[in-house]
Design a protein. Structure first.
Length: 180
């Protein structure tokens, strides 16, 4: 699972995040800073540095080793253009994970996000044996909602002031996909 490289539309590759990706991640976040700002938590200036990304990657790889997260990156010609992550992987009777994703400003509308999500769902079902994957989107994030619906997610609820995004607590639509 962790060593596989998947080819997506436009020769984009999906692979698990690696320790050496810090500068690539920092560059991607700097390039997409304005594009992502409305959809993500407010970021301190340090977030956009390789040093901060290295610490974030170290944390994510520890969670990968613990079996509670799978962080993937989307690459085009060696440059990070997005990411998809299964987080909060829970075993036992829940068999659940959360999924989050982003695609760079110049790569939207090409099916890359949908293809990456499809692979994450396959891994969740076949490799991890999960029953359910859930996602949350800002109520006005139509593009993300379209990707989720195309992937078979259904809306299951509304969460007021669910996450602090762009500096304010914002409402989210909740979605789930039952895998088996």
């Amino acid at each position: 699972m962790t060593a596989e490289i998947h080819t997506l539309p436009g020769d984009v590759q999906l692979r698990v995040l690696q320790a050496g990706d810090a500068e690539r991640m920092a560059a991607a976040y700097r390039l997409n800073r304005e594009h992502l700002a409305p959809w993500e938590p407010a970021r301190a200036e340090a977030f956009f540095t390789a040093e901060a990304q290295s610490a974030i990657i170290e944390s994510k790889l520890a969670l990968l080793s613990a079996g509670s997260e799978i962080p993937w990156v989307l690459l085009e010609h060696g440059h990070v253009i997005g990411a998809v992550t299964l987080t909060g992987i829970v075993r036992g009777p829940f068999l659940n994970a959360n999924v989050g994703y982003w695609v760079g400003k110049d790569f939207g509308g090409r099916g890359i996000g949908s293809a990456a999500l499809a692979i994450a769902l396959e891994v969740a079902r076949h490799d991890l044996g999960l029953h359910r994957v859930q996602a949350a989107t800002l109520t006005h994030n139509a593009a993300s909602q379209t990707i989720l619906k195309r992937a078979g997610f259904v809306e299951i609820g509304f969460a007021p002031e669910y996450l602090k995004i762009a500096g304010t607590w914002q409402d989210h639509e909740l979605y789930q996909r039952i895998l088996y």
